[in-house]
Design a protein around this ligand. Structure first.
Ligand code: SF4
Ligand code: SF4
Length: 665
């Protein structure tokens, strides 16, 4: 029994052809519109490393590697996804009146194909039931208040699955005898339930199911480009063309044919767009993110700005890109500019709230790049519009005049080292790049002294730059003042290269990242180590005899060392002893709130990221919070004070120095 007959004198295939024409036509039209919008973006050459890209496609798209990191929602999604891949050929069969199956029959593949399709529908069905259970029964906080659109779509897909089984069963019941095909086990279960239904009613049920099935599939095709289901298409280029640069690496204003930054003196300002204000200022890959978002809200869950009550929601930023394109698409494609800009859509408050902690990027299952959208709009606000939080004006002035954020006399940069008898401005195996906080901030100067003492104790040959050292430029760069950053980077690179520097040690993860990952495009290629890496190495090799600490210690991973820098082991091993870990630690650590130049901006008392993190540290019951970053030192100390916890915050080097076994050394 099948549904392939005339309806009121009209052959089924005419009706289906009409519906397919409408559904496929609308789908193609809408996808074409999206492609044209994305093509408005600037070039971004990601058409390289094809082997790696294919591997990533297989693991991240086909294998759903990052999707399943979120267990319940992730596996539900993966079941639906894999199920759909397995069942999709059934649409061809149902659309051709069973011709596809007949063809497979001839080459003896029909049975195996039937089994695959049956399993596919079953997997999709189980996934849908999981997803409905999560949305309607578990109701996670982030889904409260969400529109019913998602639930309706899930029911629609469930409808596709159920009607497929009914039609499958109908095929079997239409056979004369031996009609149960056990290559379609779930279909058999349905057939057994339907066996007692009289032929006429059964015929109606099968016809109705078939048309519901085809109408839902066509409707789904029309719906895909309009809603978050655009990710069914959008994730393919997103995963294929993911960023191969080290996480957190920003692009220079202009690069030459070798992908090296054009010197500040040679910049071609006539052909330079400073940051992003218009839709077309984004690259095509930044724009494609908008249509790849699955609205899973994982980025929102981990965002310190969002979680501290600020305006920024990274998921909203991505949706803003898509919605802006959808709303202003006709105008944009006609070459006209909408009155509303991208900055208006994001809002300056949201743009300035980002700590550039990259938790959002790390959490995103489909490789969406949130942070460059925010730092690029900051570039526009600073370098084109001159509209930025007024506290940043001081920062920029201080960096310009004295190359440190506090504006302290540049000639006092090496004062912290008084009495330590260090090499200053001389060639050595390592350059200890102290950074601004380690040079000028009283609390962090103690960290520089502790680090230098340990290095000396272990006999490491190192030198500092002294007055030749500039700020690495991170605060200017993350705050959107790329021009200032580049000037500082160029000067630092000149100075470091003049000393023949090859290896750098730093106690600051921002210096670690900027010098190690970003200076290469400005002519500085160095091996850069966080001090915990070098100190741990010395400890492991027995060059530093350190007793394990006795206090109860918890370690706060700095974003630019752990998640962005990929180093979570060295600080722990360097410290030695059993740490009490905070719930969010390692690469999943929660930001202290100081990155992205946020440490230099005012923060409302009721929206402080550092207090959230301080509470997490306090909850461990540790006697001391260990840190490995000068910003974290300040933010965690302030946060603990605010919540009334008096436990000390110490750098890794300070704890190591306290536990140095001087008798054996
Ligand atoms: S980088 Fe951090 S603060 Fe910025 S949007 Fe992402 S999660 Fe939020
Ligand atoms: S941007 Fe990524 S993590 Fe955020 S909601 Fe979209 S898919 Fe999920």
């Amino acid at each position: 029994m099948d549904p392939f007959h005339d309806y009121y004198g009209i052959p089924w295939w005419v009706l289906l052809g009409l519906w397919s024409f409408i559904a496929i036509g609308l789908h193609v039209y809408q996808v074409g519109f999206i492609v044209k919008l994305i093509r408005l973006g600037k070039d971004d050459d990601r058409f390289n490393s094809w082997k790696q890209r294919m591997k990533e496609f297989l693991t991240d798209w086909l294998g759903q590697r990052k999707v399943v990191e979120d267990k319940l929602a992730g596996y539900a999604h993966a079941l639906i996804f894999w199920g759909f891949l397995m069942l999709v050929s059934d649409v061809i069969d149902l659309g051709t009146g069973g011709l596809f199956a007949e063809l497979l029959e001839k080459i003896y593949l029909a049975n195996i194909w039937n089994l695959i399709v049956d399993i596919g529908y079953t997997m999709a069905g189980i996934g849908i039931l999981f997803a409905l259970y999560r949305r309607l029964i578990v109701k996670p906080e982030k889904l409260k208040g969400a529109s019913m659109e998602g639930v309706l779509i899930l029911f629609a897909i469930l409808g596709i699955v159920l009607t497929a089984f009914i039609v499958e069963a109908g095929y079997m019941l239409g056979e004369e005898e031996n009609h149960l095909n056990y290559w379609e086990p779930v279909g058999v279960l349905f057939a057994k339930q339907m066996d007692s239904i009289d032929t006429e009613t059964l015929g109606i049920i099968i016809d109705v199911s078939y048309w519901i099935h085809m109408i839902l599939i066509g409707g789904f095709l029309i719906e895909i480009p309009q809603t978050k289901h655009s990710h069914l298409i959008g994730t393919i280029p997103n995963v294929m063309f993911q960023d191969h640069n080290a996480m957190g690496t920003m692009n220079p204003m202009q690069t030459d044919e070798n992908d090296v930054a054009v010197k500040t003196d040679d910049l071609d300002f006539d052909n330079l767009t400073l940051g992003v204000n218009k839709f077309e200022d984004f690259t095509w890959r930044q724009l494609s993110d908008g249509w790849a978002c699955t609205a899973c809200a994982r980025c929102q869950d981990v965002c310190p700005a969002y979680n501290s009550g600020k305006t920024l929601n990274p998921m909203q930023i991505i949706m803003d890109v898509k919605n802006y394109g959808k709303e202003h698409g006709s105008l944009l494609l006609a070459g006209e500019e909408p009155e509303e800009t991208i900055v208006d859509r994001f809002t300056p408050d949201a743009i300035w709230a980002c700590t550039t902690c990259y938790a959002c990027v790390d959490a995103c299952p489909v490789h969406i790049e949130h942070v460059p959208k925010l730092t690029d709009t900051r570039r526009h606000l600073v370098m084109e519009a001159s509209e930025f939080p007024e506290e940043l004006q001081n920062l920029f002035n201080n960096l310009e005049r004295n190359s440190n954020p506090w504006g302290m006399g540049a000639h006092t940069r090496a004062d912290w080292a008084e009495g330590l008898d260090l090499k200053i401005g001389e060639p050595a195996e390592y350059l200890f790049y102290v950074g601004c906080a380690g040079s000028f901030d009283d609390r962090n100067k103690k960290v520089s002294r502790a680090t230098a003492k340990l290095l000396k104790e272990a006999g490491v040959d190192f030198s500092i730059l002294g007055e030749m050292e500039m700020c690495n430029g991170d605060p200017a760069r993350r705050a959107g003042n790329e021009f200032l950053f580049q000037m500082m980077a160029e000067m630092n690179v000149d100075n470091m290269n003049s000393l023949g520097t090859l290896k750098v040690i730093t106690a600051c993860p921002h210096c670690f990242h900027t010098i190690g990952k970003e200076y290469e495009k400005f002519g500085g290629k160095y091996e850069v180590y966080h001090h915990s890496q070098v100190l741990n190495d010395l400890r492991q090799k027995g060059k530093l005899k350190i007793n394990n600490f006795e206090d109860k210690v918890t370690f706060h991973d700095p974003c630019y060392l752990g998640r962005i820098g990929g180093e979570t082991e060295a600080p722990r091993e360097a410290l030695g002893g059993d740490l009490i870990e905070m719930e969010r630690h390692g690469e999943k650590s929660f930001c202290c709130g100081g990155g992205g130049a946020r440490i230099w901006m005012e923060e409302d008392a009721d929206k402080r990221v550092n207090e959230i993190r301080a509470k997490e540290a306090s909850k461990t019951g540790a006697d001391c919070v260990a840190v490995g970053c000068p910003f974290c030192m300040t933010m965690m100390s302030d946060g603990l004070k605010e919540i009334g916890d008096v436990k000390p915050v110490k750098d890794i080097s300070e704890i190591m120095l306290e536990n140095l076994n001087t008798e054996e050394a």
